[in-house]
Write a protein that binds this ligand. Structure first.
Ligand code: FEO
Length: 405
């Protein structure tokens, strides 16, 4: 993919990773991109780099426009490996370039590179860098999603370079939202935003809410949001801002995700009457088997629904391992504003459903108790119990959901 003009004298010079499917444990069935940007102004300025494996592609893209030795300023908005590990390649060409980075970012890159000969200037929110015809405003965004993170606003061009924020793991030849929607669909794009938020940004809802409000308060006119992953928002940048605000303030679907695993299909058999009960109350329902579903997709489905029912057989008096792994992931993402319950089968003494409830309560999620348990194989009376529990759970989900309107 060639360097791509995004506004006069501003180019995307990043790389498309069509093949990545495991992004530090997060499944990326659609691949991703590592976006970075080059501004041809009096001071030639590079914003971010790319994952090291793709540094040659980035250098090739830059070289289509200028020789990399001409770069005078490098802005590092975020030091995570997928964005900053090609910095040494740039500095090898342009050893006198000045790097602009947050204080925490400077401490971080010192762990990756020998920075003793590099000219580094630390910046904070409100600092402005003039590069000729343009002024770049820095906005720190700590914990969105690393301590070092910041965004850069190009004042004259009204572009927010938003690093991971508002990004999507989406490998596509389209560089802009309108191009992507034309060849794919808006729902696919929205789903990618939700997937990214659920798996990476879920713990930071309050910070996101405050930061988006702060950006809105600064009164910045934003014509384009250019993240470091996925497509650039130029058709409707307000859309992704609103999506983030909605997710950060607890918006979700009036639906239930039934997320389970099974040993000999008994727990699986319980999902059918549960689903019937949920549907009977007019609530949508999706059933997800953990061993058949990548973890990050199960997390996304959990996040999209207001309610979640966790199904687990008992194995050695404990939850089934794949269910425990799922709840471990969910706990780390610190979800809020969800209502939950549990069900499952057992052969001897049981214990998994109790343990699932302990986990859900430890996460401070609302629970509907008791759940349903079936010995060995669900009998017709167990089916009836599941159906009734599905109905009860769906009613509770509707009541709980009404608070968020
Ligand atoms: Fe895309 Fe936090 O790195």
């Amino acid at each position: 993919m060639n360097a791509t003009l995004i506004k006069p004298d501003i180019y995307w010079v990043g790389a498309i990773d069509w093949a990545v499917r495991d992004f530090h444990g997060y499944m990326t069935p659609n691949g991703t991109t590592y976006n970075n940007y080059l501004i041809l102004d009096e001071k030639i300025t590079l914003l971010d780099t790319v994952k090291h494996d793709f540094s040659e592609i980035m250098l090739d893209n830059v070289s289509q426009l200028i020789h990399p030795s001409k770069i005078e300023y490098v802005i590092i908005n975020h030091i995570e490996n997928d964005h900053a590990t090609s910095l040494d390649r740039i500095m090898a060409f342009a050893p006198n370039a000045t790097i602009y980075i947050t204080e925490k970012g400077k401490k971080g890159i010192a762990r990756f590179f020998d920075i003793s000969s590099w000219n580094i200037k630390t910046v904070k929110t409100g600092d402005v860098l003039n590069i000729g015809k343009r002024n770049l405003l820095f906005i720190e965004t700590p914990m969105l999603h690393w301590p070092d993170s910041m965004m850069t606003y190009l004042k004259e061009d009204k572009i927010l370079i938003s690093q991971d924020g508002f990004g999507q793991h989406l490998a596509t030849s389209a560089r802009f939202d309108d191009e992507f929607i034309e060849c794919a669909s808006i729902s696919e794009l929205e789903d990618s935003v939700i997937d990214y938020y659920a798996n990476i940004l879920m713990p930071f809802g309050n910070i996101i809410k405050n930061k988006v409000a702060e950006i809105q308060k600064l009164g910045l006119e934003i014509e384009m949001i250019a993240p470091d992953h996925g497509i650039i928002w130029r058709r409707d940048p307000g859309k992704v801002l609103n999506m983030y605000m909605d997710m950060a303030t607890g918006k979700s679907n009036l639906s239930v995700a039934v997320i389970y695993d099974t040993m000999w299909h008994s727990t699986e058999m319980m999902t059918l009457p549960l689903m019937r009960g949920i549907r009977e109350e007019g609530v949508d329902c999706k059933v997800i088997k953990l061993r058949a579903t990548p973890m990050s997709i199960a997390i996304k489905e959990f996040w999209k629904a207001r309610g979640a029912l966790i199904g687990t057989p008992t194995l050695n008096n404990k939850m089934f391992p794949s269910v425990a792994e799922f709840l471990q992931h969910v706990a780390g993402l610190r979800p809020k504003d969800r209502i939950t319950g549990a069900f499952g089968s057992y052969g001897w003494g049981g214990g998994a459903v109790k343990e699932a409830y302990e986990w859900l309560k430890a996460m401070k999620l609302q629970t509907v108790e008791p759940g349903v348990e079936a010995l060995y194989r669900p009998a017709p009376e167990d089916d009836q119990k599941c159906y009734e529990f599905g109905k009860e759970f769906a009613r509770k989900v509707k009541e709980y959901h009404a608070q968020f309107k």
